[in-house]
Design a protein around this ligand. Structure first.
Ligand code: GFB
Length: 330
């Protein structure tokens, strides 16, 4: 349902949980561009979102009226499969503490961000919101997906028991400025940008691509996601989660060819089939969001070009080091 309520007051007290991550930093950019002045931001050193007592204290002191819950420990297929304990523990805790504090200290509305990996591995494509919990999950990210499903159920339970206005959005695979370019923990778009960039700098032609290249994915620019998050915060009031995507997918091979053509046209793509493919396909059905009145506007090639410029301009193009998955940024 599209709410008749007026747009968010520009002086509203807004907590962006996870504001230093890919999604949170895009939401902060969007909110500032729209004239919101009263953003409540705490970094990991100031507030451990896994600690209920600390989160309660911070909520009591800051009284957020609106909450974008986009914090989490996130990463690509390798990080998910090698650090499952961190992915389930951190995310379960972060979702629970923030939802509980938003309820306890009277936040007017909370938008929770999940992930398309919540859906069954073999779900019919494109995947509708109704596919949730109708089949088994993709094993490489099952612990993360279970935590993300728990987040949806938390919001629904707090709505039912306490009448909280908590809503959920499920984005497809994301990319954009502020992404994690570390090869051990990143998602495929930043990983392939870095690999092509490094090969070009080193005068190498071969660029290794994990898996067979046949899995299909849908990619949404994070600035489009931030726009959708504000749209849903202002206009959506219902219990069911809403898919957020662009409605189009492509194979990993096709994605790699687009990135190669932009970054290192002479590169030769070499597929390493000892690495996992993950889910065969993840394309979201975005008709519900379209009916509400929102659609994506940044094309994939345009988005990859601007993200690569950001990567080069922001000193991210130094050598990749092994690092932990990114916390506080879905
Ligand atoms: O982006 P990615 O890690 O996310 O991988 P998932 C997507 C596809 O790209 C997989 C392939 O088939 C990978 O095997 N790929 C090829 C690569 N080369 C690379 C590379 O150098 N790095 C990476 N990372 N992939 C994650 C989930 O799954 O997506 C999370 O593990 C979450 O839980 C996230 O849902 C959005 O789509 O496979």
């Amino acid at each position: 349902m599209i709410a008749e309520a007026p747009r968010l007051p520009r002086d509203a007290r807004i907590h962006v949980a996870g504001h230093r991550g890919l999604v949170g930093s895009a939401i902060v950019r969007k909110l500032r561009a729209e004239g919101f002045e009263n953003l409540l931001l705490a970094n990991r050193e100031q507030l451990d979102l896994r600690d209920q007592a600390a989160v309660n204290y911070w909520y009591q002191a800051n009284q957020p009226e609106y909450v974008f819950l986009v914090a989490g420990t996130v990463g690509g297929i390798l990080a998910n499969s090698t650090r499952p304990a961190e992915f389930i523990y951190d995310n379960l805790m972060i979702h629970a503490t923030v939802v509980e504090a938003a309820h306890r200290f009277g936040s007017k509305k909370l938008l929770y961000l999940g992930s398309s990996c919540i859906y069954p591995r073999e779900a019919d494509q494109p995947i509708t919101e109704e596919a949730l919990l109708t089949g088994g999950l993709e094993p490489t990210n099952e612990p993360y997906a279970v935590a993300k499903i728990a987040g949806i159920k938390l919001c629904q339970a707090y709505r039912r028991q306490y009448g909280c206005n908590f809503v959920s959005a499920m984005p497809t695979n994301l990319y954009g400025p502020g992404d994690n370019f570390d090869l051990q923990s990143s998602h495929v778009v930043p990983a392939l940008m870095r690999k092509c960039h490094d090969a070009r700098e080193d005068g190498r032609r071969e660029v290794p691509i994990w898996g067979t290249g046949s899995p299909r994915r849908e990619f949404l620019h994070v600035d489009d996601l931030a726009d959708a998050c504000l749209f849903l915060m202002e206009h959506y009031e219902d219990e069911q989660h809403v898919n957020v995507g662009c409605g189009q997918d492509l194979s990993i091979r096709e994605l790699a060819e687009i990135i190669r053509d932009i970054v290192h046209p002479d590169a030769e793509l070499v597929f390493d089939t000892s690495k996992p493919d993950g889910a065969p396909r993840k394309l979201l059905d975005v008709s519900k969001l379209a009916e509400l009145g929102w659609s994506a506007s940044i094309g994939l090639e345009e988005g990859i070009r601007s993200t690569y410029s950001w990567f080069v301009d922001n000193g991210q193009s130094g050598r990749s080091t092994e690092s932990r998955p990114v916390t506080a940024g879905a």
